[in-house]
Ligand binder design. Structure first.
Ligand code: 3SL
Length: 253
């Protein structure tokens, strides 16, 4: 049953909302919505890959100190700052580093600059799920079946808008509206959808001048960017269960 007593469609259809930055999140009503957290370059893409390779759980943690505590408990650890892996941890934030059969069945503590922080921002929502281009189609199907309002929370960069998370949010709006009968929430949805429609034929080119793209280019990880923009290569549904993400789909490599 959909909650229709909040701002909503007159016909009781679920709404899709887009929040461009964690700084705007307090304008939304997450208690009655599924929050899809998106940090396309690269945290939520890497999370999807880790689950696709069989990780049992991923705990988003604040920083290196907390990750060390989990390491002592036998967790694998991933810590990224300014795009780079921090010495002493198992992973940084490249999706390719999680394509490792050794993570099958393991628990991971992960801290990234914006992505894991956005997950923690959303933790009190009705439900939290991880979104990326890598799990786009399965995520849309899953959201359709939940029959709830949806807010895409773009992690952005240090509370600023970014283009890649917005493109993903637009892809979700486009699919949920056209295939699954969701209604627009605020105008951020319309803006995100327009940007997606402008960029969808060559998202890599569309993002050429984007700020995070330039930031990552300096690190020479062009292949990460291309991979993170490739739809449906990690069909998983990572949902927050207490303080840990777990995969609620059964597909894994
Ligand atoms: O901000 C984040 O959480 C990261 O995804 C940033 S980076 O892609 O690793 O630079």
């Amino acid at each position: 049953m959909i909650n229709t007593h909040r701002m909503g469609d007159a016909h009781g259809k679920p709404l899709i909302e887009v929040c461009f930055s964690p700084a705007h999140y307090n304008l939304y009503d997450p208690k009655e919505s599924i929050v899809v957290v998106a940090d396309i370059l690269r945290a939520t893409s890497s999370i999807c890959v880790a689950f696709h390779y069989g990780a049992r759980s991923i705990i988003p943690v604040k920083g290196p100190e907390e990750a060390i505590e989990y390491k002592k408990l036998g967790y694998l650890t991933g810590v990224e700052r300014q795009g780079e892996k921090i010495e002493g941890f198992d992973f940084g934030n490249s999706p390719f580093s999680y394509m490792d059969p050794a993570i099958k069945g393991r628990d991971i503590a992960l801290s990234t600059t914006n992505g894991t922080r956005a997950i923690q921002t959303a933790k009190d929502a009705y439900k939290v799920v991880i979104g990326s281009f890598l799990n786009l189609d399965i995520l849309c199907e899953w959201l359709k079946n939940q029959n709830q309002h949806v807010i895409t929370l773009c992690a952005g960069w240090k509370n600023s808008f970014n283009l890649e998370d917005t493109l993903f949010a637009g892809a979700l709006v486009y699919r949920l509206r056209n295939h699954f009968d969701f209604s627009y929430g605020r105008d951020t949805c319309i803006a995100a959808e327009y940007l997606y429609l402008l960029g969808r034929n060559d998202m890599n080119k569309f993002l050429k001048e984007s700020s995070h793209r330039r930031r990552l280019e300096k690190l020479g990880i062009e292949k990460d960017i291309k991979f993170c923009l490739t739809p449906n290569t990690a069909p998983v549904i990572p949902v927050l269960d207490g303080n840990a993400l777990v995969n609620s789909s059964v597909l894994a490599v």
